[in-house]
Structures are given as structure tokens and as C-alpha cells.
Write a protein that binds this ligand. Structure first.
Ligand code: AN7
Length: 409
């Protein structure tokens, strides 16, 4: 394998792959994993199982490392004809990341991040999380016999995610504060107590998440025109963009998609920054949205996400909670695909962009739906209501059943 380095995206200082650092020692900038383009191509990949490790040569983990895996990635790409009509676009696909082992895209990153933690000799791992990162890290830590600490914003983590972190045996710490405060805390802990940090500021994690781009090219046979991604801490959009850049640099594809970053209106600091064309992010103090996964006011990876959007001639927008919930229902009812609220933001963003004309009606769009419906059952009950309760008799049930009812669209 070619030489691997960690490089600061601001000042280009390089570090060795064995260094345990999460930001540049000189300037504090974000780090990125760099390597020369590998020789392998899609013919080599096609002989292997569909998933993250199919793209082994592009994953900068040294040969011989013991890989920690739960068979992540290899998620379906659904063509959605009825949803496309509702959105108003010619062709729409959903890349359904809810089909990962713990029900979100985070597993792509954790298989690589936890493998790295093991190969560095770490005994304990930690993260702050709005929920999915903690569910995923807890599972991968269990799989590899690592001690796991997760720090969660009290009362703001969806029930399914909390259940996962608890059951997989993580030490779950709830802080009276929001995600941004929890992240600051866990960064201090990891620095002072030698616990390996697995938030998306950890560049190794993004190396797993970039494989979503590889899978899209594998599934479509070409590079899609638009890829819409919900943004929270902004790791995922950065990782997917990195995947497309590396594919082109290796000569495996030509061209890159326009990246579309979507935030919830109550937690949209990156969209604000781009709208005002600023060169720095102003953090939002009290982010609030029904999509608790992306309830983040100070996303650490904003420089990478802004670069992805600007250099892809991309798009960005913020979506109201009402639009997020309506879209979540339409995805579920029109296509049978169950996603959590944050995931629906990508589709909602595309719908808005098509109606305003910033995405043409004859375009083809891939929406990344990042997490499973069952992650947040309480939100479902609050927006759908409880089931109708009746006595166990035919009269009562026949008052409800209307066989002539037509489908939604
Ligand atoms: C379903 O779990 O930040 O922009 O701590 O769970 O890469 O942060 C979750 C993020 C989108 C945003 N969709 O991704 C966490 C956390 C879902 C998510 C995002 C998250 P990033």
C-alpha cells in the first residue's frame, strides 16, 4: 500500500498515521488522511462482497490489521418513481443507509475507526453524540472488546439510539447541555485521559464513510448528477465528496456530482454562512429541531463541508421541521422506506430546490437517507398519533374499514 499520512487541510503540515491527534498541532486545522491513488479498480472490487471493505485498497488501514466489522455498507439504492413525482423531478434514488448493522451510515465510519483504534493499541473509545454515533460506536466497541464511553445531550437523544448504546454495554453519560457542549467535553476527556476519540473530527472514520460514493458508482454505473446529504456535524458530506474526488484522481471515474447539503432550519449555521458568503462559521447557540440527529449548532467539520459544496458548484438549504416531517411521511407511505427525520431532510431539500428551479425538473438526484425509522419511535407517535382503539367486535371494526379507500398518489 502507498504511503499514508495525516495532513492539515489549512496549513498542509503532515503527520504519521500512528500519531493520535485530532487536529493540527501547529494551527488547529482539521486533518485529512492522504495516500497516493491505489492501482485497484471496479473489476477488482466486483469479485468481493458488496460493502465498505470491497474498496479495501482505498481504505488506508495497514495490511494485516485485524478488521472490526459487522458487514456494514452495501446498502440498497432504491429508484423511487412515486416519490419523484411528488418531489417534481424526473429521477430520484434513495441510498438507504438505514440498512446498516446499527441502522445508520455511522457504521461505515466505525468499522474503520474502531479498526484503527485497535491497531493503535487503544483500550477505550469515546464519543459525544446526538444518538447514532453512540449506537454505532457502542456496537463496534462491543464487537472488539473495547471499553466505550458515550456522552449524550440529556433528553435529546431518540429512544432507539439510546436503547442501542445501553444494550451494547457502553457507559452512557447524559450531560445537561447540548451536543456542542458534549463534544467539547469528550474532546477534553480524550486529550487528558488517553481515550481514543471517535467523533467525525477523527479523520479515519471519514475514510469508511467515503465508500458511499464508491457504492453509488458501482450501483449506477456512472457518477450521479446531484447527491443530497443531511448535514449535522458535517462529516458525512465531506467524506462522500472525498470519495468522489479520489475516484476521479485514481482515473476510475470522470466528473463529480454537485453536492447538496441540507440542514434543519433551527440548526443551520453552515447554510447561514454560505448564504452570506462568509469565510468563517458563526456557531448557533441554541439549535432546535425535530430532527434531533442534526441538532448541532457548531459543526466541527464545517470547513470540509463548505469546501465540498463550493468546489462541486453545489447547493445548500435549510428545511423547516414541518417540511421534514411531511417528507418523512411521504417517503414512508409512497415508497415503503422508513427513515428518521434527519434523513428526510435530503429529500425535502431536493423538493424545495426543484420547485425554486435550482435543480432542473429533468435532473437525476440521489438522496442519502442516513438513518432508520425505528431510531425515533416517539417522534413517529407524536406526528402520526396513536392507533384507533376499538372493542373486539365486528360492528366497531366495520365502522372504520373502507375498502374503497384509494392510495395517497
Ligand atoms: C441520521 O450521532 O452527529 O453531518 O452524534 O444521525 O456527518 O454529522 C449524527 C448525525 C445525518 C448528520 N443523519 O451527519 C451523532 C451525529 C443522521 C445522523 C447526520 C446524523 P454529519
Amino acid at each position: 500500500m502507498s504511503e499514508i499520512t495525516l495532513r492539515c487541510i489549512s496549513c498542509n503540515t503532515e503527520y504519521g498515521p500512528e500519531e493520535i491527534i485530532y487536529s493540527c498541532k501547529k494551527c488547529g486545522g482539521l486533518l485529512e488522511v492522504r495516500m497516493n491513488p491505489p492501482e485497484a479498480g471496479f473489476d477488482d472490487f466486483s469479485r468481493r462482497a458488496f460493502g465498505v471493505w470491497r474498496y479495501r485498497e482505498f481504505i488506508p488501514i495497514e495490511e494485516g490489521a485485524e478488521i472490526v466489522s459487522l458487514d456494514e455498507g452495501g446498502t440498497p439504492l432504491y429508484r423511487c418513481e412515486r416519490l419523484a413525482k411528488w418531489v417534481g423531478v424526473r429521477s430520484l434514488f434513495i441510498k438507504y443507509e438505514g440498512r446498516n448493522p446499527t441502522g445508520s451510515f455511522k457504521d461505515r465510519g466505525m468499522t474503520v475507526g474502531v479498526t484503527k483504534a485497535k491497531s493503535l493499541g487503544s483500550k477505550a473509545v469515546a464519543c459525544a453524540s446526538t444518538g447514532n454515533t453512540s449506537a454505532s460506536l457502542a456496537a463496534y466497541a462491543a464487537r472488539s472488546a473495547l471499553t466505550c464511553y458515550v456522552i449524550l445531550p440529556s433528553g435529546k437523544v431518540a429512544m432507539g439510539k439510546l436503547a442501542q448504546a445501553l444494550m451494547h454495554g457502553a457507559k452512557v453519560i447524559s450531560v445537561k447541555g447540548n451536543f456542542d457542549q458534549a463534544l467539547k467535553l469528550v474532546m477534553d476527556i480524550s486529550r487528558n485521559m488517553g481515550i481514543y476519540l471517535l467523533n467525525s473530527i477523527n479523520p479515519w472514520r471519514l475514510e469508511g464513510q467515503k465508500t458511499l460514493a464508491f457504492e453509488l458508482v458501482d450501483q449506477l454505473g456512472y457518477v450521479p448528477e446531484f447527491v443530497a446529504v443531511p448535514m449535522g456535524n458535517c462529516g458525512n458530506i465531506s467524506a462522500i465528496w472525498k470519495g468522489f474526488v479520489e475516484l476521479e484522481d485514481a482515473g476510475l471515474t470522470r466528473g463529480k456530482p454537485r453536492m447538496f447539503g441540507v440542514q434543519a432550519a433551527g440548526a443551520a449555521p453552515v447554510v447561514e454562512m454560505l448564504r452570506k458568503n462568509l469565510d468563517r462559521l458563526s456557531p448557533m447557540k441554541s439549535p432546535e429541531t425535530v430532527a434531533t440527529a442534526i441538532r448541532i449548532g457548531n459543526p466541527v467539520n464545517w470547513p470540509k463541508a463548505v469546501n465540498a459544496i463550493r468546489s462541486s458548484n453545489g447547493l445548500y438549504d435549510a428545511i423547516s421541521d414541518e417540511e421534514i416531517v411531511e417528507t418523512q411521511k411521504m417517503i414512508a407511505c409512497l415508497e415503503g422506506i422508513g427513515v428518521e427525520p434527519a434523513s428526510a431532510a435530503s429529500v425535502a431539500g431536493v423538493r424545495k430546490a426543484v420547485s425554486s428551479g435550482s435543480i432542473p425538473k429533468d435532473a437525476e438526484v440521489v438522496c442519502v437517507c442516513t438513518g432508520h425509522l425505528l431510531k425515533d419511535p416517539e417522534e413517529v407517535i407524536s406526528v402520526c398519533g396513536k392507533p384507533i382503539e376499538i372493542p373486539p367486535d365486528l360492528q366497531a371494526v366495520s365502522e372504520i374499514i373502507r375498502p374503497e379507500q384509494t392510495p395517497l398518489l
